[in-house]
Design a protein around this ligand. Structure first.
Ligand code: GLC
Length: 549
């Protein structure tokens, strides 16, 4: 291990691998664990602290693997438990920790529990593990409520014997009943299973759901939407979910070093500290940068708010510019700012319109997007707290819009009547070489089509180029390790609303020019710049780091 420090997660850099799209060792077009293991040198050279593996469990892939059929095994298309152990060993030997995804709100409909629930019928103990109800209407042939799933369409699905089950996501993802002691006990066993195999931490999928109050009469969707999110909402962010996490905390603490966890919790700001506290999961994602425009005022507010929140829980903040659920940040920043409603929230996810148009409207400025993305990344990597990177962002990859409808995989596409084209465009297999059947991803094809322009972004093309985005990430992570300081920053006022400057306690300084006009930099040794420039003026859309001391 790079260090025995059990608080590595506080300011670690965690690199998210989406296993089906990273590297394919057996040539079947689907990335696998042996593929990841074949790229250990690449991961080691990147300079990350941990790898977070999105689900690699057996899955019918109704939701990119977030429909888990067996929580304690590896999908045969991705390898075996022995491959997993070898991967963990390989990563550990390079000082890289391993975080795995836990998906506790729902199983796959292929999970043995759900198959048994269907086979055993209404009233059976097996049905108790899920949320089955009788239908509404004279014949029970209407869903119990008008609730809408997160992926669109009804949140209820009828089974042949007439009952309905709740699925807040895809039909193939039945929600579990977290009042069931057997469900709780089984997840504890899963956490122990992976911890015993050497996993260092867990990313908890939709951590704000799990527990639900389905006391009759069930409210309508309109009532649900209007109910306060005060910990007693029937479906979301309930106080009692922390009883689950208190039990998990005892599991985490029973290991040396304690296992870590980070919550994916889409909740009101004031409630984030509940998830981030040491009694609960210990850390929570903040997704504010995913929703912010490349704009100084918004970035400053996001940083300020989240440092305060982190202080309130005693945890550290997390920063994310891209992940497997959103349009890549190089693309977001090359598109006009999205329309915002009066509360400042984007009216729809940034880039969705562009994806829907097949990448034509509004026009994408690839160059500006990439330049701003590099500036935003250097800004983020200097913030106090942990940074989460998503595979491919270190290559400066753009979102792929040109995926034929017939090849789309994301359930949001199928359940939104083609309104939301979904997340396939950031899940296209990585380009490793400029040529070859799948740009070096594997010897076969790629499970999502790669566009021709991927050649320009290939690892092999960027590897030895000192000004490539890949080289910038490597250098940034190396310097970050050297410059890292206490979890604090002070703003240095610039008297320019488009320029942010902050200083870490040891003197590490960061300046980002979010505007178009050059900004006179004055003194300070530039240790790293997101765009190379000469002279004393900091160009627009550029970040620099000034060495401490
Ligand atoms: C999380 C995952 C997303 C998945 C959903 C349902 O939001 O990040 O990819 O579709 O949970 O499991």
């Amino acid at each position: 291990m790079r260090s025995d420090d059990s608080s590595w997660w506080r300011q670690g850099v965690v690199y998210q691998v989406y296993p089906r799209s990273f590297a394919d060792a057996d040539g079947d077009g689907i990335g696998d664990l042996a593929g990841i293991a074949s790229r250990l040198d690449y991961l080691g050279r990147l300079g990350i602290d941990a790898v977070w593996l999105s689900p690699f469990y057996p899955s019918a892939l109704a939701d990119g693997g977030y429909d888990v059929a067996d929580y304690r095994d590896v999908d045969p298309r991705l390898g075996t438990l022995a491959d997993f152990d070898a991967l963990v060993e390989g990563l550990h030997s390079r000082g890289i920790r391993v975080v795995v995804d836990i998906v506790p709100n729902h199983t796959s409909d292929q999970h043995e529990w759900f198959r048994q629930a269907l086979a055993d019928g209404p009233g059976s103990p097996a049905r108790e593990r899920y949320l089955f109800r009788a239908g509404a209407g004279a014949d029970g042939d209407e869903p119990p409520t008008d609730w809408v799933s997160m992926f669109g369409g009804s949140a209820w699905q009828r089974v042949p014997d007439g009952q309905w089950y709740l699925h807040n996501f895809a039909v193939e993802q039945p929600d579990l009943n977290w009042s069931h002691p057997g469900v709780r006990a089984d997840f504890v066993e899963t956490l122990r299973f992976w911890s015993d195999r050497g996993v260092d931490g867990f990313r908890i999928d939709v951590a704000h759901m799990l527990t639900k109050d389905l006391t009759e009469p069930l409210p309508s969707q309109a009532t649900l939407d209007a109910l306060p999110r005060d910990g007693r909402h029937p479906l979301l962010d309930r106080d009692d979910v922390h009883e689950v996490y208190a039990e998990w905390r005892r599991v985490f603490e029973s290991y040396d070093p304690p296992r870590t966890a980070v919550a994916e919790a889409w909740v009101d700001k004031a409630r984030v500290p509940l998830y981030a506290s040491r009694e609960s999961l210990g850390q929570a994602f903040n997704f504010d940068l995913l929703q912010a425009d490349f704009e100084a005022g918004q970035f400053r507010r996001v940083v300020q708010d989240n440092l305060e929140l982190a202080a309130a829980s005693g945890s550290s903040s997390t920063w994310v510019l891209s992940n497997h659920d959103v349009v890549r940040h190089a693309t977001r920043y090359g598109l006009p700012h999205p329309a915002r409603s009066t509360d400042g929230q984007p009216a729809q996810k940034h880039g969705v319109e562009w994806v829907r148009s097949g990448g034509v409207e509004p026009p994408l400025d690839r160059f500006a997007g990439a330049r701003r993305a590099r500036a935003a990344t250097l800004f983020m990597l200097a913030l106090p707290g942990a940074s989460y990177l998503y595979q491919g962002e270190e290559l400066g990859l753009h979102e792929v819009a040109e995926i034929p409808n017939g090849e789309r995989q994301d359930p949001t596409f199928f359940r939104s009547d083609g309104q939301d084209f979904g997340r396939d465009g950031c899940r296209v297999p990585l380009p490793w070489t400029a040529a070859g059947p799948s740009f070096g991803f594997g010897t076969g094809g790629a499970h999502l089509p790669q566009p021709g322009w991927f050649a320009d972004y290939a690892v092999a093309v960027q590897d030895d180029d000192p000004v490539s985005t890949l080289s910038l990430y490597r250098r940034a992570l190396e310097l970050r390790r050297q410059f890292q300081a206490e979890e604090h920053l002070d703003w240095v006022e610039t008297q320019n609303s488009e320029v942010l400057r902050f200083r870490r306690p040891n003197g590490w300084e960061v300046v980002t020019n979010f505007g178009a006009e050059p900004w006179p930099l004055g003194d300070g040794r530039v240790a790293l710049a997101s765009t190379s420039f000469g002279g004393a003026d900091l160009p627009g859309d550029t970040t620099i780091w000034i060495a401490p001391g």
